[in-house]
Structures are given as structure tokens and as C-alpha cells.
Design a protein around this ligand. Structure first.
Ligand SMILES: [Mg+2]
Length: 215
């Protein structure tokens, strides 16, 4: 069995910092979404999809340097906070790995961003060489492409995969790929009902993860 971990909000506690930075960059462009509103509308989507949604809302293109500006805010906030791993996740990963399960990461984020966030929180070495990004496939989450790409690369059939996700598009992508989805809802922004409706089995604490994966 292969256990596929989403990155943001499952391995690293990036969502509050990233959404505050995105909200700040959008406000400078005249789109007045609070960090909470930004989270609700955009969490789990690829940057490309986020930009498309914001441009549709604004009725115009964002400036060429928008992503650069937003990412500068985001990376600075990761350094300043500093960014933390999700509580209990490192122990959960080690338990799952020591029980002989294969593991990998599949994220909407870029490879550079994952190197930064997983490196900063000491998780990079646990997945080195098995980290897949939406930038490697035509369509991001909620489409199944990324999870299918990860399974194929790891030489595992989709029905033999379980995905750990915290966002609705991520759970939808896992289910569309024919995989089981465990939906982590331990963070304050989690929408339990939406995660469940999307087909996720909701859990609240990373301490529960080995039990859910290894049974
Ligand atoms: Mg996520």
C-alpha cells in the first residue's frame, strides 16, 4: 500500500500564513478578501487556478509580478513565524514507514516551495525523491492527474493507495483517482462537512493516522 500525503495543511502548517499573504497581495490589487475568505475560496487549488479565479472576480488580468510579490510575502512569513510542521505528523509518518508502508508527497505547490517548507520543518529527508507537484501534470486538484501520476511513479495501483488531505479539492481529486481519502480536520479552518461530503473519512489528530492507515 502507498500512503500519499498532501503537503500544505497536512505536513506543514502553511495555510494560515499563505492565505494571509495572498489576501494581502490581493487587497493591493483591489480584491478585498480577508484571509478567511481567501482560504474558503482558494485553499487546495494550484496557483494557476487561484490566479484564474481572482482574475475572473476582478474582471482583469493581475500584473505580471503579482505571483512574485505574493510569494515574497509568503516566504518571508514562513521564515518569520517560523513555519511549523503539523502537530504530530512527523511521528505519524515514521510509524507508518516503520510498518513497511510506502509513502510519498503530492501537492498543488511548486517543487521549490516544498523544498523550502519541508526543509524548514525537517520533513524533507523523510520523502526525498518521492515528492510530486501539480506542475508535473496537465490538470491540478480537483482532477485526479497528480495522484495518478504519483501512484504510477511509485509503481502502485490506485486502489492500493490512501491519500491524506485537508482540502475539498484534494479529497475530490483522491476520490476521482479511485483512492481512499483520509481528511485531516484538526486545524481551525477545516470544513468537516464539506470534506465528508466530498468523500473523505474525517479525522482530527495526526496521532490517529497510523491506526487509520495500518488497519
Ligand atoms: Mg492541503
Amino acid at each position: 500500500m502507498l500512503v500519499i500525503f498532501d503537503c500544505d495543511g497536512v505536513l506543514v502548517d502553511t495555510e494560515p500564513l499563505a492565505n494571509a499573504s495572498l489576501s494581502r497581495a490581493l487587497r493591493a490589487q483591489g480584491l478585498d478578501w480577508s484571509p478567511e475568505e481567501t482560504t474558503r475560496r482558494l485553499m487546495g487549488l494550484s496557483l494557476k487556478s487561484c490566479v484564474e479565479i481572482c482574475e475572473a472576480e476582478l474582471g482583469r488580468k493581475l500584473p505580471d509580478d503579482f505571483l512574485e510579490t505574493m510569494q515574497a510575502y509568503t516566504y518571508q512569513s514562513f521564515r518569520d513565524a517560523p513555519l511549523q510542521a503539523i502537530a504530530g505528523v512527523k511521528e505519524a509518518i515514521l510509524t507508518v514507514q516503520q510498518a513497511g508502508r510506502d509513502t510519498c508527497v503530492a501537492s498543488s505547490g511548486s517543487p521549490e516551495k516544498m523544498r523550502f517548507t519541508l526543509g524548514l520543518t525537517g520533513l524533507w529527508d523523510l520523502f526525498d525523491g518521492r515528492i510530486f507537484s501539480a506542475s508535473q501534470v496537465p490538470r491540478g486538484k480537483p482532477f485526479p492527474d497528480l495522484f495518478l501520476h504519483a501512484a504510477l511513479s511509485m509503481n502502485v495501483q490506485p486502489f492500493d493507495c490512501v491519500v491524506i488531505e485537508d482540502s475539498v479539492p484534494g479529497v475530490q481529486a483522491a476520490r476521482s483517482a479511485g483512492m481512499k481519502a483520509l481528511a485531516y480536520a484538526g486545524e481551525p479552518y477545516a470544513n468537516r462537512d464539506a470534506l465528508r461530503q466530498a468523500g473523505g473519512q474525517v479525522f482530527d489528530d495526526m496521532k490517529q493516522l497510523p491506526g487509520l492507515v495500518l488497519t
